[in-house]
Design a protein. Structure first.
Length: 144
């Protein structure tokens, strides 16, 4: 059972979420890329030899920390989107770790990313693959 509103009854929760998630993802790419570049500079450019690893670690930490402390990455917050559980609550730290791992695995395996995008385009709640597996959903941020 879910505490989330039905898309047919409350479309305002899901309106423009796909587009907002795309723009939020682009913002997050720049943030993680910038943080990774700072690490490379701080390591006297030795970190450039380890760029993929540095980027992966920073991306994991960034997504996990921001999802568990506010329900969305900084990009998501900029576009007023949050990830919530099916019971309507914010993600816990363990939920955020699992969501981030699901995201990173799907980014590492293009076929999973394609499946995720197809699910976002076709499902009523616009959920990606990780969202379906973890029973989470991206919604327009609630007024607080």
């Amino acid at each position: 059972m879910t505490a989330l509103p039905e898309p047919d009854l409350r479309p305002d929760f899901y309106s423009s979420v796909r587009t907002k998630r795309l723009f939020a993802w682009l913002i997050d790419l720049f943030i993680v890329g910038g943080l990774s570049a700072v690490v490379v500079v701080l390591t006297a450019f030795i970190g450039a030899f380890f760029w993929p690893f540095i980027y992966l670690v920073i991306d994991f930490l960034y997504r996990t920390l921001t999802l568990s402390n506010g329900g969305g990455t900084w990009g998501m917050r900029l576009f007023s989107v949050e990830i919530v559980r099916a019971d309507g609550r914010s993600l816990s730290s363990s939920d955020a770790v699992l969501h981030t791992l699901g995201y990173l695995v799907s980014m590492g395996l293009p076929v999973l990313q394609v499946i995720s995008v197809v699910l976002m385009m076709g499902s009523s709640r616009k959920q990606g693959l990780s969202d379906h597996i973890l029973d989470t959903v991206a919604v327009n941020r609630r007024l607080r």
